[in-house]
Ligand binder design. Structure first.
Ligand code: PMP
Length: 933
């Protein structure tokens, strides 16, 4: 921040002396004179500028640059003392549009939070003597500015009294401390690309740096308290904020604004002619006036919610108390059999008495001006209480002991009529409230704040339509974990976009009613809110597919449907093997679920029947079956079987293989241990190349001799390695080498088994081998989590060591019913033959595409397990994205992330195949152009 300088002779001379030629373009600066010259910034510091302070800036910039962040920061190129004592410093110039001139939507704000967090996280270990200097922008010293400006004083007073002591409790570190609208640079993609000006680096709690960024960003926002939330959430994504830091943020934002107002007043006193100071202050002063001295409670709740913490810190204690408290009825008539009426659509006819209206229902009836929310276009439609429809005059009872907090009569149309709010306390003194709305005027007049009510006492009587806001007579009963400092001026209806926040403020009133059927609706989540809630509550380690993620709500056959009913052809999901939501599988599982689901310590027909049916699909001597819950569990158990059988530990695997998400399997999966974030190959694992000929099985001999392994494990057609068809004779030779070294051969058929490859039921059959252990997962339950291990009697015998193998869910009757139905459907619908025929047709189409498109390297695969290798990952991603836009879902994989994987549900039809080939053709055409450019 500061004023724009003019170009003077000293600047010209300094630029020339520093070897900078080109136009000097003046830049804003508070204390220094700054110029852009080509790719550099020339900074001139007046004589007397402390060298230690410049040293601090330079060292801090160097420290951050060394961290190699995604956000760019400047570096010192050189510095020199000029004649007359000024200092000239040359820094790198960073491209980008200053925040002040860039569009500032939610994504830009989120990226600003991320950038500030990244820079301050990089500064965390930075130390320098200059950090101890006295800096007026140091938030910890804000109280010293009291008396400089009347507008700032109340905030600074509150800071000194209430905020500073808590701030001092937080750990301090070096922080950038000046992410204002001139120091933040935005790239062409609308996201923050750079952070400049390390002149205000100081030591302080990192939340002060965040508060600076928030304060300036908020000056340009229409509803700053709400719209700033993505900035804070973005910071939290990179540098998680603790609740005690968040608790100070609303005050610190106000403090920074007050500091700015106070500093400007001081500077104005020193330089009355400087109009720039006045202009730059308008936004800051206006925002401070809007926010007020004391943050409303809701502001903190929103910050907590945006960071994934439950909004009201005490809500959990209130719910826990109510879960076990002695609670009385709220009315005489029993509500157990009362029907629940749907109020989400148009106004229904007058409801019967008694009847109920649901909590958290998203209602269209709230359409009057009274239900507007803060953000333009946003309405309050989410019902935060439960409605109990009873005749006017019916007495309402206190379900808990309580004290009247507020009692009012608000007769306006769509308002509360008579309303009573009671205060209660949990056993450990946590305050909460109950609210009773739509009462009669006369009955509320009997009450006054401070009156004590016992459980079972009459609170008041229901009002009639003429006095209850114009509604059919009913009680609106609402629980409140906080009154938000608003007394009886409480919202009974919240915004859908903030449903988690409102659910924390007003928990399920069935904690009081205790109706076994519940009173809760499940409102839809709006897309932005869904993404934001997922970002904080679900680890991003679990990534989403596609630049624009899909919200899939239904599946049928080979298709998935999004929330708008748009169909997508699914080439990704080999889990729903016989088709999404296949009616026979659904019926079998649902019927068994309704009858019995328990563990396998009882005799049950389905467990044994399924095991027999499964074993019958495999060649001798594979005949002993273990049922588990996933492919990973199957592979983990297979390793245990092999290790117990051989008394050895090591494992030989194929390069790029993936065998599951358990520790034991990440250890034997090169895809993971050699992939991003991987720790490298563990000593007990030997890796063989992905073969290009049968002779490459020599790798297995070499690794088996070196490791004396318990097992050689391979997918019969490697999947994540890029839909590879192993060379003829490879597994035969590999198994022979492994067995010669005493190892057990495990075939991972999690992806490829169960008829997918068309020519055979099992992938290993294509190679003419019989494994010692076969592992299964994904397709065998058609989406229901089931996995299996099938092995020889001999290996199974070795596993009887005295230690029991128990798996709570593995082999439960519901899983068995689903899995049995899958086997039936594969046979009855002839799906293996279909995979052979349609797979052949698609493969021929892919081969034809390979001939026509320069960016295709190879088409390969068997049956409906196909791959299309492209020249690079960018092409593969571009094709997958274009296909998605055209309604076809395809995933990418392979060591170079350049293989399109096609493994649809086996029920994909001929027309689907045509659509797929047409879509790929068009997408490849685009991708080829893209790869030439
Ligand atoms: N083996 C292979 C070959 C796999 O592809 C997978 C999952 N992609 C697994 C095992 C693990 O299966 P799950 O995710 O069901 O545990």
């Amino acid at each position: 921040m500061g004023r724009v300088q003019t170009i003077d002779d000293e600047a010209r001379r300094a630029a020339a002396a520093q070897g900078l030629d080109g136009e000097l373009e003046p830049l804003p600066g508070e204390a220094d004179r700054n110029y852009r010259v080509g790719d550099h910034v020339l900074k001139l510091h007046a004589p007397g500028f402390e060298p230690a302070v410049l040293g601090l800036q330079d060292a801090a910039m160097e420290h951050v640059a060394a961290a190699g962040l995604a956000v760019a920061t400047p570096r010192l190129v050189r510095s020199a003392e000029l004649e007359g004592g000024s200092i000239a410093r040359v820094l790198t110039w960073l491209p980008g549009t200053p925040w002040a001139a860039a569009p500032r939507g939610p994504e830009a704000l989120r990226s600003l939070g991320r950038a500030v967090a990244a820079v301050d996280a990089a500064l965390a270990g930075f130390e320098h003597p200059g950090l101890e200097r006295a800096l007026r922008w140091d938030m910890l010293r804000a109280a010293e500015l009291r008396g400089a400006a009347p507008q700032a004083d109340p905030v600074l007073e509150r800071f000194a009294g209430r905020v500073l002591p808590a701030l001092r409790e937080l750990p301090a570190q070096a922080i950038h401390n000046d992410a204002n609208e001139h120091n933040v640079l935005v790239g062409d993609d609308g996201r923050v690309s750079g952070l400049i000006d390390f002149g205000d680096v100081c030591r302080g709690p990192r939340v002060c740096g965040l508060a600076v960024a928030c304060a300036y960003a908020m000056t340009a926002l229409d509803v700053p308290e709400r719209e700033v939330l993505p900035l804070v959430a973005g910071y939290h994504e990179v540098a998680p904020l603790r609740p005690e830091e968040l608790a100070l943020l609303p005050d610190l934002v106000r403090t920074r604004l007050a500091v700015s107002v106070a500093m400007a007043a001081l500077q104005r006193a020193e330089q009355p002619e400087n109009e720039y100071l006045l202009i730059s202050q308008q936004g800051v002063g206006g925002l401070l006036a809007r926010l007020g001295t004391e943050p409303p409670e809701l502001e903190l709740l929103r910050l907590r919610d945006a960071c994934g913490y439950e909004a009201v810190p005490t809500a959990r204690a209130v719910r826990a108390y109510l879960a076990v408290a002695a609670v009385g009825p709220v009315c005489g008539p029993s509500l157990e059999a009362a029907p629940v009426i749907d109020f989400s659509g148009e106004d229904p006819p007058p409801p019967p008495e008694p009847s109920l209206g649901r909590y958290l229902e998203d209602r269209r009836v709230y359409d009057s001006a009274a239900f507007e929310a803060e953000l333009p276009g946003e309405r309050r439609t989410l019902h935060l209480g439960v409605d109990v429809f009873l005749p006017a005059g019916e007495p309402m009872l206190a379900p808990l002991d309580g004290t009247v907090r507020a009692v009012e009569f608000r007769p306006a149309l769509r308002d509360w009529g008579g309303i009573v709010v009671l205060d209660h306390e949990t056993g450990d003194g946590t305050r909460f409230h109950t609210l009773y709305g739509h009462l009669s005027k006369a009955s509320t007049e009997r009450l006054a704040p401070g009156d004590v009510l016992r459980r079972g006492d009459v609170v008041a009587e229901l009002g009639d339509e003429g006095e209850n806001g114009g509604w059919a007579p009913h009680l609106h009963l609402q629980l409140l974990t906080t009154d938000l400092g608003r007394g009886s001026d409480m919202h009974g209806v919240g915004t859908l976009a903030e449903r988690d926040l409102w659910e924390s403020v007003s928990p399920d009133p069935n904690l009081l009613l205790r109706l076994p059927g519940g009173v809760r609706a499940e409102p839809p989540r709006e897309r932005e809110g869904l993404l934001a809630a997922r970002r904080t509550t679900i680890s991003p380690v679990l990534s989403l597919s596609y630049a624009e993620p899909l919200k899939i709500v239904r599946g049928a056959g080979a298709h998935l449907y999004d929330e708008d009913g748009r169909a997508f052809l699914d080439l990704v999901n080999n889990v729903c093997h016989v088709g999404h939501a296949h009616s026979r599988v659904v019926a079998a599982a649902a019927e068994q679920m309704a009858r019995l689901n328990t563990n396998t310590r009882y005799l049950h027909d389905l467990f044994v029947t399924y095991a027999r049916r499964l074993a019958a699909t495999l060649p001798d001597p594979l005949s002993v079956v273990f049922l588990v819950n996933s492919g990973s569990e199957a592979n983990d158990l297979a390793l245990r079987l092999a290790r117990t059988h051989t008394g050895r530990r090591d494992v030989v695997v194929l390069d790029h293989a993936y065998h599951g998400n358990l520790t034991s399997l990440v250890e034997i999966s090169p895809y993971k241990f050699d992939g991003p974030g991987g720790p490298g190959r563990p000593e007990h694992v030997g890796v063989c190349r992905l073969p290009s000929s049968a002779g490459d099985a020599d790798d297995v001999r070499r690794e088996a001799e070196a490791h004396r392994p318990a097992a050689f494990i391979a997918e019969s057609l490697p999947g994540v390695a890029g839909q590879i068809v192993l060379p003829d004779g490879y597994l035969e030779a590999a198994y022979a080498h492994a067995r010669a070294a005493g190892a057990v051969c495990i075939a991972d058929e999690v992806q490829v088994g169960f008829g997918r490859v068309g020519r055979a039921f099992w992938g290993f059959e294509l190679q003419g081998v019989v494994p010692d252990v076969v592992t299964l997962g994904k397709p065998i339950g058609n989406g229901h989590p089931v996995g299996a291990v099938v092995t020889t009697p001999e290996i199974a015998r070795s596993f009887q060591t005295g230690m029991e193998y128990f798996n709570t869910f593995g082999g439960n009757p519901v899983s068995c019913a689903a899995a049995l139905a899958v086997l039936d459907v594969i046979a009855d619908e002839g799906l293996q033959a279909h995979a052979l025929r349609l797979g052949g047709r698609i493969k021929a189409g892919l081969e034809e595409l390979a001939e026509r498109h320069a960016c295709v390297v190879e088409a390969r695969g068997e049956g409906l397990f196909l791959g299309l290798e492209l020249t690079g990952p960018a092409e593969a991603t571009a094709v997958a994205e274009a296909a998605r836009d055209a309604g076809v879902l395809i995933s990418t994989d392979g060591p170079g992330r350049n293989v399109l994987k096609l493994k649809p549900p086996l029920v994909i039809g001929d027309e689907d195949a045509e659509l797929l080939l047409r879509t790929l053709d068009a997408a490849l055409y685009e991708a080829s152009r893209f790869s030439i450019q």
